[in-house]
Design a protein around this ligand. Structure first.
Ligand code: APR
Length: 236
């Protein structure tokens, strides 16, 4: 019998218990930095060094971080379900927890690519280089001679994987959303593509800005919420 499909949309909250600050909680990253200085295409062209330092710092932190039991529980769902993780996170904790199908909407911290000309966000996939947890600095050039930049979707840039994400959500029999404030589009609109008969579970300790008949809000942190979600599945 074919396995049921679960699409799992995650945000910074799923990595909070691995020690990563979220963006919009108190003390979050966007309270420490101006998002437009370090995560927008204009910020990149205004001050590349500041942007490279911001991502070098986060990449260094990722090296010593560990997936938490929520990442592990999401990976564990693959035993009984066909699971596609659609993450807004740029960390690789889902992969390190064992998830085998992870679609990154906003890029990947461990990867870089050439900046292909002013305000040109296009690139070929074979230009993307995996640098692991190393630094990349001004003057580090790609094989094509262009300055290397983070393989991150900056604010102001397109989200190339959104179409694939829409297909995964529309095909899902269950949609699970973990740890996202659902404030940043187009990711925040993905839940609307779930079929009318697809139950939607949202794990978040705080209120979420969406209301929809199909939504069950599990008001817990990710680790505890995943335990509750697994109980719900077991009782179905
Ligand atoms: N467990 C589960 N959820 C949590 C936890 C936790 N331990 N701690 C916080 N949260 C929830 C918060 O209540 C909030 O709803 O996680 C969410 C974090 O929201 P944001 O900080 O806005 O992060 P996210 O939704 O991933 O941001 C989306 O914005 O800045 C851009 O590109 C960046 O991908 C990011 C996007």
């Amino acid at each position: 019998m074919e396995k049921k499909k679960i699409a799992v949309l995650t945000g910074a909250g799923v990595s909070a218990e691995s020690g990563f600050a979220t963006f919009r909680d108190t003390g979050g990253l966007w309270e420490q930095y101006d998002v437009y200085d370090v995560a927008s295409i204009e910020g990149w062209y205004r001050n590349r060094e500041l942007v490279l330092k911001f991502y070098n710092d986060r990449r260094r932190q990722l090296k010593d971080a560990k997936p938490n039991s929520a990442h592990l529980a999401i990976a564990g769902l693959e035993k009984d379900y066909k699971v596609d993780v659609i993450t807004q996170n740029v960390d690789n904790l889902h992969e390190r927890a064992g998830s085998t199908r992870v679609l990154h909407l906003h890029g990947e911290l461990t990867k870089v690519r050439p900046e292909n000309g002013l305000y040109d966000s296009t690139y070929r996939t074979d230009e993307v280089i995996d640098i692991g947890f190393d630094e990349v600095n001004l003057g580090d050039m790609a094989p094509n001679g262009q300055q290397l930049r983070p393989h991150i979707v900056f604010f102001g840039e397109a989200v190339p994987n959104i179409e694939k994400a829409i297909d995964l959500v529309s095909a899902a029999d269950i949609l699970l959303i973990v740890g996202t404030s659902l404030q940043v589009y187009p990711a925040a609109g993905l839940y609307r593509y779930a079929r009318n008969d697809t139950p939607i579970y949202i794990i978040d300790p705080k209120d979420v800005p969406v209301s929809d008949m199909r939504i069950t809000h599990i008001r817990e942190v990710a680790t505890k919420g995943m335990e509750k979600f697994k109980e719900i599945l077991a009782n179905q």
